[in-house]
Ligand binder design. Structure first.
Ligand code: CO
Length: 167
């Protein structure tokens, strides 16, 4: 397990489309474990493989109610719309309002290659959509309104409120 460096250069790897996971082996498990450790180390709620330089369709999320692993995720259902502030571990000083579905269902795989359907609403739905965007080289700044800089203190405050709400 290791904490990896989170990339923040949007001109290179973060803009590329990630490839599907085809082998559910120890290499994938190491990647998922590192993504988890790196996300928690940075006190984030989501992290996608391209953010650590790996162009593979995998991401981890924890909005405060447990770890979710996304592998080859595809949105198969969405309902409603919510406008909410959003940020990204690759661009920690930026926040903006992004419209996301209120509820989504995602088809994907667990780390052993078994098909799974993951349902999420509100903050979890938002986080899943944000991470899936990363796998296609889409960054939240592309679709955010009112993009602005925030201090580390404001950022931590927003993160705490979100996690409380998600519980
Ligand atoms: Co992000």
């Amino acid at each position: 397990m290791a904490i990896r460096t989170i990339l923040n250069d949007e001109t290179v790897v973060l803009r590329k489309k990630s490839r599907e996971i085809t082998e559910f082996n120890s290499k994938l498990w190491n990647l998922l474990d590192d993504l988890r450790d790196t996300m928690y180390g940075a006190e984030g709620v989501g992290l996608a493989a391209p953010q650590v330089g790996i162009l593979r369709r995998a991401a981890v999320i924890d909005v405060g109610d447990g770890l979710v692993e996304l592998i080859n995720p595809v949105i198969v259902f969405e309902k409603g719309r919510i406008d909410e502030q959003e940020g990204c571990l690759s661009f920690p000083s930026l926040y903006g309002t992004v419209t996301r579905p209120a509820r989504v269902e995602i088809d994907g795989y667990d780390r052993f290659g078994k098909k799974v359907r993951i349902k999420g609403s509100e903050y979890l739905a938002r986080a899943m959509c944000h991470e899936i965007d990363h796998l296609d080289g889409v960054l939240f700044m592309d679709i955010a309104r009112g993009l602005h800089k925030v201090s580390k203190e404001e950022r931590e405050k927003i993160a705490r409120q979100r996690k409380r709400k998600a519980r």
